[in-house]
Write a protein that binds this ligand. Structure first.
Ligand SMILES: Cc1cc2nc3c(=O)[nH]c(=O)nc-3n(C[C@H](O)[C@H](O)[C@H](O)COP(=O)(O)OP(=O)(O)OC[C@H]3O[C@@H](n4cnc5c(N)ncnc54)[C@H](O)[C@@H]3O)c2cc1C
Length: 468
């Protein structure tokens, strides 16, 4: 690093170290570049501290409770008394190290990077200003700036809501006890996962969704299926629900709906989407439009000359695996900047998988049927019931689910698939490969599927492919 008039010059400045920023920082530093990573909160971002990892630890615990409760029909009586304390302890000690990122910082430093605590913003091409606890630091990036600012929980503009002590995912993962009752505002993946977790620990849960169904971006069948499963577990679901105001007093929260009805609960979890603040990030100083929620990027994650962007803020899928996929491509491009045409790998999102870790899991890849039709494809779909499969019969309780395939009939390849069911996210892998590699449906039909697996249902769904 060189210092000139209090401007520190380095090769690359990374603003935000979510999974992608952290990964890219390590790659670039290990490749010998002089890298500064700027982080306002915790190195690693939402995923390890407030997102994927702690919530999946909670899901694992709640699945164990549900499976034990199913034992009655399978293996005799097992008395289950779920306790939240082991969940809270595992999340604190094993998942998040008590929300301490020392190990992650040390990993980056060992790779040769410098980690700067503070909030960074662009102040022109290659110029970064960081507000640190000790004052401002200025950096000049010779090779470029990588932005990975991620997202924050969004709080909808509902009358009264902002003044109440509502939870976001960041509070829910820090819960030291399961509340007596919980309203979950938002029926997307985060809301559904956390709703089911707390319900299985004895919390009376009601999910309130403004849209027509749970898991809005997924196939409609997935949302309907999950709503049925929730109903079977006693989790309330209100769709098309418009909340007009929220109030809080000593007794808890009261939601008032447009139709005048009310809902009360001890806790309120807001899981109604995510927000970004592009203005605060100073992107306009390098010519990037800061009026939207996402930053457009090309297939090498370039957003402007010398500016790369990865993660949720690119709008290509708010998932850790997308952020890390992008970081690999962006880092390769940064490393070869100025050499020929830059990095060789191009980002391609036609087979992005995602999994909602409810029980049963809901996994999807590629296009939904509606998206495929909107894209002008000649669509054939095939659906089959997992419970009716041989494995479903053997499995017994907890066997509910389905496989839905979406085929581009002209090309004879799958362009999308959904698997809801036990290990749905794992079964999805073979379909993600089929969509990614554009494996001909004829080839998928020639394959041998092990008996009696859940994934064998894919063969049945292939047999159902028909125009609808
Ligand atoms: C409850 C929950 C569960 C989830 N479960 C899954 C899952 O199972 N699987 C999955 O794939 N995804 C899951 N996600 C999504 C996943 O967490 C994100 O997609 C992932 O973290 C990638 O985000 P990112 O790389 O864009 O950045 P983030 O993880 O959001 O991190 C961005 C980082 O940048 C920092 N930052 C922002 N602005 C600045 C600035 N100006 N200066 C310095 N630092 C800054 C922030 O402090 C933060 O640490 C979940 C999310 C939530 C909330």
């Amino acid at each position: 690093m060189t210092t000139e008039q209090s401007v520190e010059t380095v090769d690359v400045v990374v603003i935000g170290t979510g999974p992608g920023g952290e990964d890219a920082t390590g790659r670039l530093a290990r490749a010998g570049l002089d890298v500064v990573a700027v982080e306002a909160r915790l190195v690693g971002g939402e995923c390890p501290y407030y997102g994927c990892i702690p919530t999946k630890m909670m899901v694992r615990a709640s699945d164990a409770v549900a499976e034990a409760r199913r034992a009655g029909r399978l293996a005799g009586r097992i008395d289950v008394t779920p306790e939240w304390a082991p969940v809270a302890t595992r999340v604190r000690d094993e998942a998040t190290a008590d929300w301490d990122d020392t190990a992650a910082v040390e990993r980056l430093e060992k790779a040769g990077a410098q980690v700067v605590r503070g909030r960074g913003r662009l102040a022109g091409p290659g110029e970064v200003v960081v507000a640190t606890p000790d004052g401002e630091r200025r950096f000049r990036a010779r090779r470029g700036v990588l932005l990975n600012p991620g997202t924050e929980p969004a709080v909808p503009p509902v009358d009264g809501l902002a003044d109440t002590p509502y939870w976001t995912n960041r509070d829910a993962v820090r819960a030291t006890e399961a509340p007596a009752s919980l309203t979950v505002l938002g029926g997307g993946a985060i809301g559904c996962e956390l709703a089911q977790v707390f319900a299985r620990f004895g919390t009376a849960v009601e999910v309130v969704e403004a849209g027509p169904r749970l898991l809005g971006p997924d196939e409609p069948e997935a949302g309907a299926f999950l709503a049925d499963r929730f109903a079977a577990e006693g989790i309330g679901v209100r769709t098309d629900a418009k909340v007009s105001s929220v109030a809080h007093d000593g007794g808890g929260f009261t939601l008032t709906f447009d139709d005048g009805t009310q809902l009360t609960s001890e806790r309120l979890l807001v899981a109604a989407g995510r927000r970004t603040d592009l203005k605060a990030l100073g992107v306009a100083s390098v010519g990037i439009d800061d009026s939207g929620r996402t930053i457009p990027v090309d297939d090498r994650l370039r957003a402007a000359d010398g500016v790369w962007v990865v993660g949720d803020v690119t709008g290509k899928g708010a998932f850790t695996h997308v952020s890390m996929y992008q970081s690999r491509i962006a880092a390769a491009d940064i490393l070869t900047r100025g050499e020929g045409d830059g990095g060789e790998e191009r980002a391609d999102y036609h087979a992005v998988p995602h999994v909602t870790f409810t029980d049963p899991e809901v996994g999807g890849v590629g296009l939904t049927e509606a998206a495929a039709r909107d894209a002008g494809l000649t669509v054939r779909t095939g659906t089959t019931d997992l419970a009716a499969s041989s494995r479903g019969f053997v499995h017994g309780p907890g066997n509910e689910g389905f496989v839905k395939l979406v085929e581009d009939a002209d090309a004879g390849v799958l362009v999308g698939a959904t698997v809801a069911g036990p290990a749905g996210g794992e079964i999805l892998a073979v379909l993600a490969l089929a969509v990614q590699a554009r494996v001909p449906v004829a080839e998928l039909r020639r394959m041998i599927y092990a008996y009696p697996t859940f994934h064998r249902a894919i063969e049945t769904a292939l047999g159902e492919l028909a125009e609808s």
